[in-house]
Design a protein around this ligand. Structure first.
Ligand code: PRX
Length: 659
């Protein structure tokens, strides 16, 4: 269990005993009241599906489960864009704000109403249509946090074109391989994104990626920052040329009726091999799942101002910046930049300016704010806040309490939401009017989510009886429907360890009250600043450098990023482990995968600890990285190797302190 060595974290989580029952005033007005869990699951999802979504053709059957294949809302026809945009305008909510968009430059702000959003989306959809995009056309999106990002997703949804959004921090080869795998024909991008006052190029990276993905024949580029980028004749178009002159009448571009189970989008995620997994999400179940959880978990009211501070390029952005909130007709804040630009008070200014009621962010960001101290918060009126959310990794009780006390003024419930790209929607979470909160616990499975913890043999571990594998026993509406081009991998990774449950890949335990405590990944997946990366992916990137003979990657605990990447590298003869080489290898990984994957530490070694059968013993390297006693070394071919590495790592740390 917990091979990824979050043991310190786990100890802290296990030792936590503070509890925070819901306030009666909150419960009184809450969307989910006591008794919420007593509902019949199928009736609940049937009702939510009917009432929360508008259907062109009603569904005839709630679900079908032929393990591991699920279908939801069978026979139904609907359109995501119609549900997110058009019907709100038809219902008289055209003047309601959909997004308060705040650019990174302090003076750049836009208020986008639902009517504005509709006009922008229809123009974009007409523009895309004029280039040949239609139902079933596969499109890649590579953008930052600009209004055109949700507009693009909605326009594609309107046309029935499945998309994959690749996070703007990914490299050319990461984007290229994803487009290639999906066989995308189009790419929508922007020239560059604002990043701490400087343009971070996207189109030049996209150009390199398109060279790797010959199926992409057409690219549309939003001009955001300048200066000019290269435009390839016949392939590249400016967004303004394609979109601006288009008709914005809804009749000019009707919403394509999609089957409930039509492919909606693909999100690539790191797995335990070098090849990223193309996680498939379909239409109706996903939309019902994300909008329902959004409504109850964040206690959304008609006048709520909601801010999910994730990036649109991750599943959190898809589910809880775009589709969940828009289906619910919510007013959201969307911010382009980083929390420290131009200074560390930026977030608190935004909350004050828009009177934000709900903030949803990641533990790593909370810990970063903690490190900066509370000065930046001083003088900002954050009293509008009502609910605080956390997602992406286990939140340590210290950060949880800091968040509650300093951001939430000691009065806001903190909802620690556990879920995954695969689950599509929040799965284990407090409900702010119902749940007694415990710092560090994601508490209870959402209605209709049959989560459990299993031991090695597939037996359910009873509450209070210790830790095991996090599983889900029944299908849920927003669950992924498979992996692109790899059904065997889908079965092997998630459905083969236990015959009757979905294997999430996390360790967990349930306490005596039935509350879940998530303990991090049990496989070779790391979680760095809430980003999922596999050790093998980074090892492959390292060995693709001509000087690297062998590489082993592990994670260690880090106060800010949760986990940090440590790479042990042996070099080819003739290459030297200098500090320049170290920088070069970090840059190389950044270029191969993206800056988020750069190792925090690189340790050069003459050889790596191997078993006699030639397997690298990552467990021991992990002990070195965590600076703890070495575990059992008896199975090593040459135990002296790991002792040498340990000495080298320790002398490296001393040198760091001195230097
Ligand atoms: O290990 C769990 C962790 O993030 C993984 C899923 O990562 P990803 O698919 O990138 O989705 C992140 C956003 C939903 C999980 O397997 N994780 C996510 N939320 C939590 C968490 N770990 C503990 N507590 C959470 N609240």
């Amino acid at each position: 269990m917990a091979q990824d060595g979050q043991s310190q974290n786990i100890d802290a989580l296990m030792a936590e005993s503070r509890t925070y029952p819901p306030g009666p005033a909150f419960t009184e007005q809450a969307n989910a009241k006591p008794g919420f869990y007593d509902q019949d699951h199928d009736e609940f999802w049937e009702r939510e599906g009917r009432e929360r979504l508008s259907w062109f053709t009603d569904f005839t059957k709630l679900k079908e489960w032929d393990r591991p294949y699920a279908k939801w809302y069978l026979g139904g026809k609907l359109n995501a864009c119609y549900n997110c945009v058009d019907r709100h305008v038809e219902n008289g909510l055209g003047d309601k704000v959909a997004y308060y968009w705040e650019g990174e430059p302090v003076d750049e702000r836009l208020t986008i109403t639902y009517a504005d959003l509709q006009s922008r989306v229809i123009k974009a959809a007409n523009g895309f249509k004029s280039l040949g995009i239609g139902k079933g056309t596969k499109v890649a999106v590579y953008m930052g946090m600009i209004p055109e990002a949700p507009v693009t997703l909605l326009a594609l949804a309107r046309l029935g074109a499945p998309f994959t959004f690749v996070f703007g921090g990914f490299s050319a080869s990461a984007l290229g391989s994803r487009m290639q795998e999906m066989e995308c024909e189009y790419l929508i991008t922007q020239d560059a994104a604002n990043r701490r006052g400087k343009p971070g190029p996207l189109k030049p990276t996209a150009d390199e990626a398109m060279d790797m993905a010959p199926t992409v024949k057409t690219c549309v580029t939003v001009k955001r920052t300048g200066p000019d980028v290269e435009m390839k004749e016949g392939r590249d178009h400016w967004w303004s040329d394609v979109v601006d002159g288009q008709d914005d009448d809804p009749k000019s571009c009707p919403c394509e009726p999609m089957d409930s189970e039509d492919l909606f989008f693909l999100m690539f995620s790191s797995g335990t091999t070098g090849r990223p997994k193309g996680i498939l999400h379909t239409t109706a179940g996903y939309l019902a799942g994300v909008s329902t959880t959004h409504h109850y978990v964040f206690d959304i009211k008609p006048d709520t101002v909601y801010w999910c501070a994730a990036d649109i390029g991750w599943i959190t952005g898809h589910s809880y910046i775009v589709f969940g909130p828009l289906i619910n007709g919510t007013t959201s804040v969307m911010y382009e930049g980083t929390p420290d630009f131009p200074d560390k008070a930026r977030w608190w200014q935004i909350i004050e300016r828009y009177k934000v009621n709900v903030l949803y962010t990641a533990p790593t960001t909370i810990r970063t704010h903690m490190k900066w101290g509370t000065e930046a918060l001083q003088g900002h009126d954050l009293s509008s806040l009502k609910v605080l959310g956390s997602v992406g990794e286990p939140i340590n009780p210290e950060a949880w309490i800091w968040y509650r006390d300093n951001v939430g003024g000691g009065k806001c419930p903190v909802v620690d939401t556990w879920w995954q790209t695969e689950t599509g929607m929040i799965m284990v979470t407090p409900l702010p009017g119902v749940t007694t909160l415990k710092p560090g616990s994601a508490t209870k499975p959402f209605v209709g989510v049959k989560a459990a913890v299993y031991d090695e043999s597939g037996k359910e571990i009873a509450p209070g009886d210790g830790a095991g594998y996090m599983v889900v026993k029944e299908p849920w509406p927003a669950m992924f429907r498979g992996l692109l081009n790899d059904d065997q991998r889908f079965k092997d990774t998630y459905w083969s360890q236990f015959s009757d449950a979905y294997l999430a890949g996390d360790g967990a335990r349930v306490d005596d009250d039935g509350d879940f405590w998530m303990m991090g990944r049990i496989d070779d997946v790391m979680n760095v600043s809430g980003h999922r990366l596999s050790t093998i992916e980074i090892e492959s990137a390292l060995v693709s450098h001509p000087d690297v003979a062998q590489a082993a990657v592990v994670s260690r605990s880090d106060d800010t990023t949760g986990q940090a990447i440590v790479a042990y590298v042996t070099l080819n003869d003739g290459a030297e482990g200098t500090s320049e080489k170290l920088t070069e290898l970090r840059e190389h990984v950044g270029k191969e995968i993206g800056p988020i994957a750069k190792p925090a530490n690189v340790v050069f070694a003459d050889s790596l600890p191997m078993t006699r059968s030639g397997k690298i013993m990552r467990r021991l390297l992990k002990d070195v990285a965590e600076n703890r006693e070495l575990g059992d070394t008896t199975t090593l071919a040459d135990p002296s190797v790991v002792h040498e590495i340990k000495e080298r790592a320790e002398s490296g740390k001393e040198a760091d302190k001195e230097g």
